[in-house]
Design a protein around this ligand. Structure first.
Ligand SMILES: N[C@@H](CCC(=O)N[C@@H](CS)C(=O)NCC(=O)O)C(=O)O
Length: 198
C-alpha cells in the first residue's frame, strides 16, 4: 500500500485529492509541519527539501505534488487519470501537469510579492499572461483536456482553488469559477478537503 506523507492545510491537498481519485487504499502518514516533522532525518531521507507532500511506494519515494500526480496516474492506469502512452492527448496532459508548478506557482509568488522580472527571462513570463492563458484553455471545459478529467486537473485545480478561492490572490474569472466548481463537486475533492482540514 502506498504511504502519503501529508500535513493539514498545505499543498498536501492535491496529493490527498489524487489518492482519493484512484479508489485505491493508501496510508496517510501525518507529518505535521507546524511541529517540525518535515525536518527529521527520517523524513529528509524521503524528501531532502523537507516539504510535504511526499509518497512512498515500496522502495520508491518521491515528492513534488505534480511528480506524485504523474507517478500515481502511471501506477494505477485503471483509474484513468492520464491518457495512455501513445495517445496524442498525452502531450497536452504533460504540458498542463508541468504548467502548474512551472507557471502557476511562480505567478502566484509574483502576485503576492509584486516582484518585477524581465518576462523574457522569467520562465513563466508574467502573472497576467499565465492567468490569461489558463482562462483561454479553460473557456470550453469542462476539464483542462476537454471532456476527460486527468491528474493535470488535480494539479491545476488545486492551484487555482488556492489562488482564487482560498487566498483570493488572483481575481476570479467566469472560466475559473466554473472550473473550480466542477473540481469541488467531485466526491474525491470533497473527501480530500475534509481530510486536509485536519
Ligand atoms: N514544490 C512543492 C512545494 C511543497 C511545499 O511548499 N509544501 C509546504 C506546505 S504548503 C511545506 O511543506 N512547508 C514546510 C517547510 O517548508 O518547512 C510541491 O509542489 O510539492
Amino acid at each position: 500500500m502506498m504511504q502519503l506523507y501529508w500535513s493539514p492545510r498545505t499543498r498536501s491537498f492535491s496529493a490527498l485529492w489524487l489518492m482519493e481519485e484512484t479508489g485505491q487504499a493508501y496510508e496517510r502518514v501525518l507529518t505535521d509541519i507546524s511541529k517540525g516533522a518535515q525536518k527529521t532525518p527520517a523524513y529528509l531521507a524521503i524528501n531532502p527539501m523537507g516539504k510535504v507532500p511526499a509518497l512512498r511506494d515500496g522502495e520508491a519515494t518521491l515528492a513534488e505534488a505534480a511528480a506524485i500526480c504523474a507517478y500515481v496516474a502511471e501506477r494505477y492506469p485503471e483509474a484513468k487519470l492520464a491518457p495512455p502512452l501513445g495517445d496524442p492527448k498525452r502531450a497536452k496532459y504533460l504540458y498542463w501537469l508541468f504548467f502548474s508548478p512551472g507557471c502557476i506557482e511562480p505567478a502566484m509568488v509574483q502576485v503576492a510579492t509584486k516582484i518585477e522580472m524581465n518576462p523574457v527571462a522569467a520562465g513563466w513570463g508574467e502573472a497576467q499572461r499565465v492567468f490569461d492563458v489558463l482562462d483561454a484553455a479553460l473557456a470550453k471545459g469542462p476539464w483542462i483536456l476537454g471532456e476527460s478529467f486527468s491528474a493535470a486537473d488535480i494539479a491545476i485545480g488545486s492551484a487555482l482553488n488556492f489562488a482564487v478561492r482560498l487566498f483570493k490572490m488572483v481575481p476570479a474569472r467566469p472560466s475559473f469559477d466554473r472550473y473550480i466548481d466542477a473540481c469541488a463537486a467531485r466526491p474525491a475533492f470533497q473527501r480530500a478537503s475534509g481530510i486536509a482540514a485536519g
